[in-house]
Design a protein around this ligand. Structure first.
Ligand SMILES: [Zn+2]
Length: 258
């Protein structure tokens, strides 16, 4: 190889690297606005925060969370998966009845990477229909599984008048115990926080692991009978401590009105 060829190779490798990093940022970074508008957090002024729960509904956790929210008069947003909504339509009705917001979190919880626009629309529309059938209401909010977006998603949402909602505070409730969750919330709390929690459970593993195990139902929810959840355990203290600090819980869609 001659020196000019080596130099050209290095430049091209650098360009490919930069493009790969830009693609990763656009599609995978929760706060990225490159592919389209995403609500990440509310205003820094004031002390309003919002609770969001993903992946449910799943008994008994969603019901336990609803009990805690009811006892403390807090309204939250539930980004539900369509197939769970269809299986637990009575919980969907309860979420709606008790004044919480229902959001769309796709039908089967796939990574949206490399999915066609048609497939993404199908995941969204089937879920809208399952929620409408259960609660008589069609969601306006969408949260992509893992916060991962892909080309064509934003036009699909725009066509349906839907808004994409990410988060600004992730206490890793799918990974930590209740004390760990509370510690992270205390450390990362900020005005306008959109807090990401889970009332459902997904099979663990990153994109590549999922890809290699394609035969398995990706994003399937573990049907746990232990009745134990770090999220449920941490939630009462999370709410009480935040209020003591002067924070007020508002529905996440309030942040879209600004
Ligand atoms: Zn999810």
């Amino acid at each position: 190889m001659t020196w000019p060829a080596i130099a050209l190779f290095l430049v091209l490798a650098g360009v490919v690297d930069v493009l790969a990093m830009a693609l990763w940022y656009a599609c995978s970074w929760p706060r990225s606005q490159i592919l389209g508008r995403a609500l990440v957090r509310g205003p820094a002024k004031g002390k309003r925060i919002a609770l969001t729960f993903d992946d449910g509904p799943l008994a008994p956790f969603t019901e336990q969370i609803l009990d805690v929210l009811k006892s403390r008069g807090v309204h939250a947003t539930f980004f539900v998966c369509g197939k769970n909504a269809e299986a637990h339509s009575e919980i969907i009705r309860r979420i709606h009845r008790e004044g919480h917001t229902l959001g769309n979190h796709t039908w089967s919880h796939p990574y949206l990477y490399f999915l066609s626009r048609r497939k993404m629309a199908e995941e969204i529309d089937k879920t809208q229909e399952a929620i409408r059938a259960a609660a008589g209401q069609v969601p306006r909010l969408f949260r992509p599984p893992y916060g991962a977006r892909w080309f064509g998603l934003h036009p699909v949402l725009r066509k349906r008048g839907m808004e994409l909602v990410q988060w600004s505070l992730d206490p890793h409730d799918w990974q930590l115990d209740a004390q760990g969750v509370l510690a992270r919330v205390r450390a990362d709390m900020h005005p306008g926080a959109v807090i990401l929690l889970h009332d459902g459970r997904q099979a663990p593993g990153g994109y590549l692991r999922r890809l290699l195990k394609k035969g398995l139902p990706a994003g399937d929810h573990e049907s746990s009978t232990t009745g134990h959840s770090a999220t449920v355990e941490a939630l009462p203290a999370l709410i009480d401590e935040a209020r003591k600090e002067g924070f007020e819980f508002v529905p996440v869609e309030d942040f879209l009105l600004l």
